[in-house]
Design a protein around this ligand. Structure first.
Ligand code: ADX
Length: 192
């Protein structure tokens, strides 16, 4: 018998430029999943870099180490039925593919937050793009360092024409359609 409360592990692997909206959307998806009674853990690049990846910089080697650590922890959680959202730039295709291989294709959901560079730079929430343009920050993704777009992500969202709640809708619908999440209302219906 299927139970609507059964929890499945999966990883929502966000990738995209700094300022694309990864953290903002992750926060909304996290809140919405919690509201639906799901477990959820978030591994945010900026936060991971203050603990697990403290001291790492932005060379390719350090970014790869950072991403490998995030993938390692995400896998530990997902295989124990704890859904995970990762929100790091993760600029290298090969490194994201290694994360996909580790976690398993069936559980790895790559989400390209595909906000164009011009829009990210226009927002410049942290003021880092201005510093990168002025040469004060080296190896800045999109300006002086590469970002390799996903070729075939499970989901692609451009936040230029989506509010965070719209983006979260797209992601939650994907989870429902693909059997990772019981449709909204099903649990209430089952308990009625
Ligand atoms: S990743 O490349 O290793 O995936 P991660 O997501 O952890 O990057 O960290 C990116 C964040 O670090 C950015 O959102 C920004 O706030 C900050 N940052 C500082 N320096 C850089 C840089 N050179 N390139 C990109 N982001 C930087």
């Amino acid at each position: 018998m299927s139970t609507t409360t059964e929890q499945k592990g999966f990883v929502l692997w966000f990738t995209g430029l700094s300022g694309a909206g990864k953290t903002t959307i992750a926060d909304v998806v996290e809140a919405r999943l919690k509201h639906r009674g799901s477990k959820i853990e978030v591994l945010d690049g900026d936060v991971v870099r203050t603990h697990l990846s403290k001291g790492l910089g932005f060379s390719r080697e350090d970014r790869d180490t950072n991403i490998a650590r995030i993938a390692f922890v995400a896998n530990l959680l997902a295989r124990n039925e704890v859904p995970v959202i990762t929100a790091a730039i993760s600029p290298y295709r090969e490194t994201r593919d290694a994360a996909r291989d580790l976690i398993g294709d069936g559980k790895f959901i790559e989400i390209h937050i595909a906000t164009p560079l011009e829009e990210c730079e226009k927002r410049d929430v942290k003021g880092l793009y201005a510093k990168a343009r002025a040469g004060e920050i080296k190896e800045f993704t999109g300006i002086s360092d590469p970002y390799e777009e996903p070729l075939d992500p499970e989901i692609k969202i451009d936040t230029t024409d989506h509010e965070p709640h719209d983006s979260a809708d797209i992601i939650l619908e994907y989870l429902e359609v693909n059997g990772f999440l019981a449709p909204a209302g099903e649990l209430e219906g089952a308990l009625a």
